[in-house]
Every structure is written in structure tokens, then in C-alpha cells.
Design a protein around this ligand. Structure first.
Ligand code: UDP
Ligand code: MG
Length: 316
């Protein structure tokens, strides 16, 4: 099979028939053998019924229905696991990405030998409230990942050599960093193609502003994992020990001062009489410890083997 098109979707019923017809047309025009894998991420509208109807007419359609809404990344992961095509294309379901880009993306993977080609929405049709933070986001992602030829990490339209998606795991909100995940997994030939971008025709965006907070948290974990990936606990062990040592020295110091002040009324040092000294010392140490504990938790949860524990309700 030439191409698998993986489409995660959440409440996109109105767009699906148009999208499916468009993809089908492109595939037929170019004589591609293909499959479309819809991953219905807990839609509450009638997206699933629409997909079932489409599948009656086109046997190239496969679909998975999640029990509830898990997010775009688990959706992609599930689709990737099932994909059988030599080239795997991902796109959003909302018609913002154009299926007309598929043949050229396919060619770039097959002939130019790219592992991954990421779409670049050079001319975006989204409000400024979205394009501005996105600019900042892309600049940061470029810096952290070291993939400096990419302008648009988050574009839903991407193409992969099948071996790439079989060797990465997209989880949490990591769909934003798939090129970085691919790089960490050892795939270095990452390209970009300027793609057309439409304004959303139906429905509304599924991501709010908190996407950026989550996005940055994911980026930091990913960066940390790639930097200290082999021995992350050593990093924490070192700083934990340093904090313990500082606490220990402070304790010895305070006790010594106490002893001195007990034996000589004149030598009463100011610090040991001030409760603020103890409070700030404790706060400093506790704060650091808690920060590290939280970060360890974050790292473990974001890297746990059960991170993709979505439940499937049905599959056609
Ligand atoms: N999506 C999903 N699960 C979610 C949120 C979004 O599968 O929890 C899908 C959505 O239906 C669309 C794609 O992810 O196909 C991109 O979402 P959206 O268009 O809302 O994002 P934007 O284009 O605004 O970045
Ligand atoms: Mg969209």
C-alpha cells in the first residue's frame, strides 16, 4: 500500500464528507493505493455515524472510536499503530489542511528520501491571538530541538516514512513535537514544504490558550529527557545531595550559634534569634525539594510506559 492517511478528529461531523471525497479524488487521480484511518477521539456530535456511512461507500476507510476524548496525540498514536502504507500522512479533519498536498509530500518521502516532511502554513488563516503565540512557540521549539530548518512544528499536515512512525511514540500533547521525537529516535532527514492553509469552515478550534502552557511543559520534558535521558536520576540525585548538604551545614551553624549564645550572654548572634532565619532556610530547602519532587513526578508520568492508555470502544 502506498499511503495511509491518519486523521484524528473530535466533533468534526460537518467536515468529514467533504474531506473524504477530496482525499478519494486525489488518490484516484494519482492511482495511489491507500487507506484513510479516522480516529474518532470521543466526539459528542454524530461524527461516528458519519464515518460509518462513509465507510459503507469506500472500503479504503478504517476507523477507530475512543471511549472518550483523550486528545490529538493518543489519536495519532493509535492511527500510527494501524497504518500499513509505505508513506503515512497525517492531517486535521477540519479542512484546514489540503489533500492536494498529498502527492508532492509522497514524492518528497519516496524520491528525495526524507524521513519526515512537515507542512509549513506560511500563509495562515487563523486569528492573531493564535498566530502570535505560535510564532513564539516555533522559535522556542526550534532552539530546544536544534532542528533549525523548520518554521512550523505544529502543522497537522505531515508525511512520514512508515519506519519513522513505528519508532516513535506520540503521547500527552507531544503531537506538537513529532519532528523532535523523530530526531531523538535517530531520524535526521527532516524537511519542510509550504502548504496551503484554509480558514476553519465548520465548527471551532478544539484547543484553548492552555495549549501553550502544556506545550511548553512538554517541550521542557522532552528537552530534559534528550539531554539527561540516560541518567535523569543522577541529575536529581546530585542536586538533592547539594541541598541536603547546605541544609546540614546550616543546621550545624545554627546549633553552634545556639551553643555559643547559651554559654555567653554577650555573643548572642542576631541571626539565631530571628525566626525569619529559620523560616526562610526551611522554605528554601523545602521549596527546592518540592520542586525537584514535582519535576521527577512530571518526568515519570510523561515518560511512563502506560502513557498511552486510551480505551477503544469499537473499530471498523
Ligand atoms: N482533535 C482531536 N482531539 C482533541 C482535539 C482536537 O482529535 O482533543 C483534532 C481535531 O478534530 C482536528 C485536529 O485535532 O482534526 C486539530 O484540531 P483543531 O483544528 O481544533 O486545532 P487548530 O487547527 O485550531 O490548531
Ligand atoms: Mg484546525
Amino acid at each position: 500500500m502506498d499511503i495511509s492517511v491518519v486523521i484524528p478528529l473530535y466533533n468534526e461531523a460537518e467536515s468529514l464528507p467533504e474531506l473524504e471525497a477530496w482525499i478519494e479524488r486525489v488518490m484516484k487521480e494519482h492511482n495511489f493505493t491507500y487507506e484513510i484511518i479516522f480516529v474518532n477521539d470521543g466526539s459528542t456530535d454524530n461524527s461516528w455515524e458519519v464515518i460509518q456511512e462513509l465507510q459503507q461507500k469506500n472500503s479504503c476507510i478504517k476507523a477507530i472510536k475512543f471511549r472518550r476524548n483523550y486528545g490529538k496525540s493518543p489519536g495519532l498514536h493509535c492511527g500510527f499503530q494501524r497504518a500499513k502504507g509505505d508513506v503515512v500522512i497525517t492531517m486535521d479533519a477540519d479542512l484546514q489542511d489540503s489533500p492536494d498536498e498529498i502527492p508532492e509530500l509522497y514524492r518528497m518521502i519516496k524520491e528525495d528520501g526524507y524521513d519526515l516532511v512537515s507542512g509549513w502554513k506560511k500563509k495562515r488563516y487563523d486569528p492573531l491571538s493564535k498566530t502570535l503565540p505560535t510564532k513564539l512557540f516555533n522559535a522556542t521549539a526550534r532552539k530546544f530541538s536544534g532542528i533549525d530548518n523548520l518554521h512550523d512544528f505544529n502543522c497537522g499536515l505531515k508525511a512520514y516514512k512508515s519506519v519513522v512512525i513505528k519508532n516513535i511514540e506520540v503521547y500527552n500533547d507531544m503531537h506538537r513535537y513529532i519532528p523532535y521525537l523523530a530526531k531523538i529516535a535517530g531520524f535526521h532527514k527532516i524537511g519542510e514544504k509550504v502548504v496551503q492553509h484554509q480558514a476553519r469552515k465548520y465548527g471551532t478550534t478544539k484547543f484553548g490558550l492552555n495549549r501553550f502552557v502544556n506545550g511548553y511543559l512538554d517541550l521542557i520534558t522532552l528537552w530534559f529527557t534528550s539531554k539527561f535521558g540516560k541518567k535523569p536520576m543522577h541529575f536529581f540525585g546530585l542536586w538533592g545531595s547539594v541541598m541536603f548538604f547546605i541544609g546540614f551545614i546550616a543546621l550545624v551553624f545554627v546549633l553552634t550559634m545556639k551553643l555559643i549564645s547559651m554559654f555567653s550572654g554577650d555573643l548572642r548572634p542576631l541571626v539565631t534569634n530571628s525566626p525569619y532565619f529559620y523560616i526562610s532556610l526551611t522554605a528554601m530547602i523545602l521549596g527546592t525539594q518540592m520542586f525537584l519532587a514535582g519535576f521527577i513526578g512530571e518526568l515519570i508520568s510523561r515518560n511512563s510506559p502506560n502513557r498511552n492508555n486510551y480505551k477503544i470502544e469499537s473499530e471498523i
